[in-house]
Design a protein around this ligand. Structure first.
Ligand code: NAD
Length: 285
């Protein structure tokens, strides 16, 4: 496993296990399988309604807390300053842990500017080791940077070979976030068969004796991205983590970077209805 170093000096494993779209029962079945397969990095969110199951599965796995990197995220209803610290505590309680390795604001709407102070206080209190932003466009990251005492050290956005985010990485580096770590969601295209069927991935898979999915994940690693593909299939789990014994050449990386760019999901400027819905996270299996 390869790691990157966060601004706080701590290591973040570059390949992890995401539990978006997984029910609590699925998390309890598959997360211990992933941990047994060697995964130490888990990406969840309060809005996934499976933090309690993540906590139970981690305990059941027997893994030591200090050997795991756990991320959760807060949805916008948690951003108002007073609410934010309450909801950070509630996530920790659901996860059954005293701290998360990374806490993110999940969506770029609502009171994220005032809420950032509560995130910084969570770092001061040792409840979050690192803090960052997910799905924030440049101008909203700038609003955070104007007030930040602790800068976001992780930016989680859609990244895959069809949406490599080179422009966003450059724009944020120019705004003082050159040391931020980029995490990519939809790393394998969220199950899009057309991505894995691209001739360049088939050809490189053949050359290296790997699968197209492994070539895509290897591209992420060499791009410096952190990724956590979702899988309920133990064969895929084993495959996805087995990408540290080969390397793509510069020319091969350039061929992948030359794929036509389009995102799967455009983050709207104004909050969509699903983000404004009030969620009761205490009700989960
Ligand atoms: P993904 O690109 O990981 O795709 C998952 C799909 O790929 C599943 O259908 C799975 O069966 C398939 N797959 C996995 N391994 C494979 C393999 N080796 N070969 C072929 N198919 C394989 O997309 P995702 O699951 O949506 O995203 C990954 C993680 O990113 C989520 O679990 C979550 O943690 C995070 N995420 C964050 C946000 C956000 O807004 N911050 C949004 C989406 C996802």
């Amino acid at each position: 496993m390869q790691s990157l170093t966060l601004a706080n000096g701590r290591e973040i494993p570059q390949l992890g296990y995401g539990v978006y779209t997984m029910t609590s029962a699925e998390v309890e079945k598959h997360l211990p399988e992933a941990i047994a397969a060697g995964y130490t990095h888990i990406d969840t969110a309060n809005a996934y309604f499976n933090e309690v199951a993540v906590g139970r599965a981690v305990k059941a796995s027997g893994a030591r807390r200090e050997d795991l990197f756990i991320t959760t995220k807060l949805f916008p209803q948690s951003y108002p300053y007073e609410q934010c610290s309450v909801d950070i505590d509630a996530s920790l309680e659901r996860l059954g842990t005293d701290y998360v390795d990374l806490m993110l604001f999940h969506q770029p709407y609502g009171d994220y500017v005032e809420g950032w102070r509560a995130m910084e206080e969570a770092v001061d209190a040792g409840k979050a080791r690192a803090i960052g932003l997910s799905n924030f466009p440049v101008h909203k990251v700038e609003q955070i940077l104007e007030v930040a005492r602790i800068k976001p050290s992780v930016i989680q956005v859609e990244i895959n070979p069809y949406w490599n985010q080179h422009a966003l990485k450059k724009a944020l580096a120019e705004r003082g976030l050159a040391d931020a770590v980029f995490e990519g969601w939809y790393p394998l295209g969220h199950g899009d068969e057309a991505l894995l069927a691209e001739p360049v991935f088939r050809e490189l898979a053949e050359k290296y004796g790997k699968t197209p999915a492994q070539v895509v994940l290897r591209w992420h690693i060499q791009e410096g991205n952190v990724v956590f593909p979702t899988s309920r299939n133990p064969e895929h789990m084993a495959e996805n983590i087995d990408i540290f014994d080969f390397a793509l050449t510069e020319d091969e990386m350039a061929r992948i970077d030359a794929l036509a760019q389009h995102c799967y999901y455009t983050v709207p400027e104004e909050a969509p209805a699903f983000v404004l819905a009030r969620n009761d996270y205490s009700k989960q299996a």
